[in-house]
Design a protein around this ligand. Structure first.
Ligand SMILES: [Zn+2]
Length: 259
C-alpha cells in the first residue's frame, strides 16, 4: 500500500466554496454514490454555513444526516432505523450503512479514520469511524460483515479512507502499537514513543475481511500535518473542531461528466 500511498498525499486536499474538502476517485467507480470529506473553512468566509449546504447536491441535505454518538466501539447500525429519529435519537454506534437512496451518512473525526465502503452493485454504502480503539474493537470487520450479510461480496467493495493522522505524527504508547498488531516504528534516533500507521492497520483489516487491494484508495492527507486546513486533535487538543465525512446513495445517477 506504500507505493500507492505516495501518489496522493496532502495534494488531495482542495478548496470548494471556501471549505477544505477531499474526494476519493476510487469511489467514483460506483454510479449514484455521493461522498465527501470536509475540513476547515478558509478564514474570513462570511457565510460558511450556506456555502457548506451548497456542497451537497439536492435532495441530500446535511442537516438531515443520520447522526451517531461515536464511542470508539464496533457497533454498526442500519441508517434506515435511525433516519426518523433526528438528532435527539442518535444512538451510540461508530458505523452506519444503508441501501436507501437519499439517506445521508455522517461521521465526525479529528485524527481518527473515516472509512468509506461502497458496493457499486445495489448500491450499498457504509461509513465507519475508526481510531485505534475502534480498529482493535473490530469496527472494520463488523461493517464489512454487515455488508456481506446483506449480499455484498467483499471482493466487490470499494474502500477509501479519509484524511486522518499519519504515521509521521501519530505517537502512541507501546501497548497501543502492540494491540493494533502492526509494527511500530521507533522515532528517528531511537528515542521517544513509537509512531504507528493507522492507515496500514486499517488496510490490513480491510484485506483480511476480503477486500481487494486494487479497490482500496491511496493514503490520505495527514490531519496533523495539515492542521491549518483540517481539524486535528493532536494539534488542537480541547479546542479542536471536527472534520465531517459524508456518504450517500443518490436518488438518480450522476448527470453528465461530473466534476
Ligand atoms: Zn503528519
Amino acid at each position: 500500500m506504500t507505493e500507492r500511498g505516495e501518489e496522493a498525499g496532502a495534494g488531495a486536499l482542495r478548496i470548494e466554496r471556501g471549505w477544505t474538502v477531499a474526494r476519493f476517485p476510487i469511489l467514483d467507480r460506483a454510479d449514484r454514490v455521493f461522498h465527501l470529506f470536509i475540513g476547515k473553512t478558509i478564514e474570513g468566509k462570511a457565510d460558511g454555513a450556506a456555502e457548506l449546504d451548497a456542497l451537497f447536491p439536492p435532495p441530500l441535505a446535511r442537516r438531515r444526516a443520520v447522526r451517531l454518538r461515536q464511542v470508539h466501539g464496533a457497533r454498526v447500525v442500519d441508517a434506515r432505523s435511525l433516519a426518523a429519529r433526528g438528532e435527539a435519537g442518535a444512538v451510540e454506534a461508530d458505523a452506519s450503512l444503508t441501501d436507501v437512496p437519499g439517506l445521508l451518512l455522517r461521521v465526525r473525526t479529528a485524527d481518527c479514520l473515516p472509512v468509506y465502503l461502497v458496493d457499486p452493485e445495489g448500491p450499498v454504502v457504509a461509513l465507519a469511524h475508526a481510531g485505534w480503539r475502534g480498529l482493535v474493537a473490530g469496527v472494520i470487520e463488523e461493517t464489512v460483515a454487515r455488508m456481506r450479510a446483506g449480499g455484498s461480496a467483499p471482493t466487490r467493495l470499494l474502500a477509501a479512507i479519509g484524511p486522518s493522522i499519519g504515521p509521521c505524527c501519530y505517537e502512541v504508547g507501546e501497548e497501543v502499537a502492540e494491540k493494533l498488531g502492526i509494527g511500530a516504528r521507533p522515532r528517528p534516533g531511537g528515542r521517544g514513543r513509537p509512531h504507528v500507521d493507522l492507515f496500514e492497520a486499517a488496510g490490513a483489516r480491510l484485506l483480511a475481511a476480503g477486500l481487494l487491494e486494487e479497490r482500496i484508495g491511496p493514503r490520505p492527507a495527514c490531519t496533523a500535518c495539515a492542521a491549518d486546513r483540517l481539524h486535528s486533535y493532536r494539534r488542537e487538543k480541547e479546542r479542536v473542531g471536527r472534520n465531517e465525512a459524508w456518504l450517500a446513495i443518490l436518488p438518480q445517477a450522476k448527470l453528465g461528466s461530473g466534476r
